[in-house]
Design a protein around this ligand. Structure first.
Ligand SMILES: Cc1cc2nc3c(=O)[nH]c(=O)nc-3n(C[C@H](O)[C@H](O)[C@H](O)COP(=O)(O)O)c2cc1C
Length: 366
């Protein structure tokens, strides 16, 4: 057994979409503008966060009235920071891999290699209709995403790249400059079987919605078994909506208020759209397939991870998610600037202490 485990990584959701991360009329002290976001990114990197994850949305819905584009916004955040890595969300369809590979390679040079991508596969059918994008069946969307990722990596690494795919075609393509090594990391979001299979073949990172350690472990076991058979290594990121307060009672009261002030029509509208995701897969599993209306008040089932309580309780629960196989925790907050700082100052150091104690136990046992 290894006597030293990798430190779990922390990411936060970039609020580049308006309206916050809960579909509720509770006060959310946040901002989707660039000034708010630059300051937030600087607070995050000064307080132990490794990554920021941007969102891609083309149209409004459920309170997200304004949406800044993810790649350009990510670059602006990279330009305002020095160590933070920023993950730019990319949606195959609107993006093709030739453009994405070139954009990201350039940003990689401009930012000393700090840009990554999150290849998302689409859940919002109304959005595709609004912008005239063909809506593919669930598993076809993943076949396209997999080709997209293979194309990105091929363009970034091969001198003369050829791909005769069902969605994309490249012939002796030589893109220069190549990104600075190590290559931009490729994340993906989704937890259906197609998503897990894709992760076990091509992605560097698999992002999944919030869940209990038991349910995360099932996904991890499935992905890692398949990845091993494919000779591939993939790391796991788990979403959580954090409510860290001095007392558990205070934190629970905030959750109760979020739910009590939820906007029922908007939550129901979101519930109707997300049926196009996991539930529409052949096996009927994946993101949102088992979500209750309460879960859906947070876009990515973030209450289910239960990082709601005191810093000590949250740190212990993060260790349980790590034991279940999580390599990264992706965090959403109500009041971003204030809470990213509080989380970084009060929770992350406790996680590091627990990790160090665990390592000492392992050394003692050897
Ligand atoms: C962490 C995370 C971030 C995501 N970001 C976006 C995004 O910015 N834009 C988008 O359209 N979909 C996004 N998605 C949705 C996924 O791409 C996917 O459509 C959804 O999770 C359903 O996948 P499934 O059917 O495989 O479970 C995200 C998903 C996760 C887990």
């Amino acid at each position: 057994m290894s006597s030293h485990s990798d430190a779990i990584k922390f990411a936060y959701w970039v609020p580049n979409v308006s309206g916050g991360l809960v579909i509720s009329n509770i006060e959310q002290r946040t901002g989707w503008d660039i000034d708010y976001n630059r300051k937030l990114a600087q607070i995050a990197e000064a307080n132990g966060f490794d990554y920021a994850l941007s969102q891609i949305r083309f149209t409004a819905g459920y309170g997200a009235d304004n949406q800044h584009e993810s790649v350009s916004f990510s670059h602006a955040l990279l330009a305002a920071t020095t160590t933070l890595k920023v993950i730019a969300a990319i949606l195959p369809g609107p993006w093709n891999p030739a453009l994405a590979a070139k954009q990201i390679a350039t940003i990689n040079h401009l930012t000393n290699g700090r840009v990554s991508v999150n290849v998302v596969s689409g859940w919002f059918r109304g959005e595709f209709a609004a912008i005239g994008e063909l809506w593919l069946d669930h598993d076809e969307r993943y076949r396209r995403s997999e080709e997209f990722i293979r194309a990105l990596r091929g363009i970034w690494t091969e001198d003369s790249f050829t791909l005769k795919g069902d969605f994309y075609r490249f012939t002796n393509y030589s893109m220069k400059p190549k990104p600075i090594e190590p290559l931009p990391e490729i994340f993906q979001g989704g937890s259906s079987r197609a998503a897990r299979d894709m992760a076990s073949r091509v992605s560097d990172w698999y992002f999944t919605n919030g869940n209990t350690p038991e349910e995360i472990r099932k996904q991890v076991d499935d992905i890692r078994t398949k990845a091993k058979a494919n000779g591939h290594k993939v790391r796991i990121g788990v979403n959580a909506f954090a409510i860290a307060r001095e007392s558990e009672q205070e934190a629970r009261a905030v959750l109760d208020e979020i739910i009590a002030k939820a906007n029922p029509e908007a939550v129901q509208g979101f519930a109707d759209q997300v049926k196009n995701a996991g539930k529409a897969s052949p096996e009927g599993e994946g993101n949102w397939a088992k979500s209750s209306l309460e879960d859906l008040v947070q876009y990515n089932d973030g209450f289910r991870s239960n990082l709601i309580g005191t810093p000590e309780q949250i740190a212990e629960r993060i260790l349980k998610l790590k034991d279940a196989g999580a390599d990264l925790i992706l965090l959403g907050f109500l009041h971003f600037q204030e809470e990213v700082e509080f989380f970084g100052k009060r929770v992350i150091p406790l996680v590091r202490e627990l990790e160090a104690a665990r390592d000492r136990e392992l050394v003692a046992a050897e």
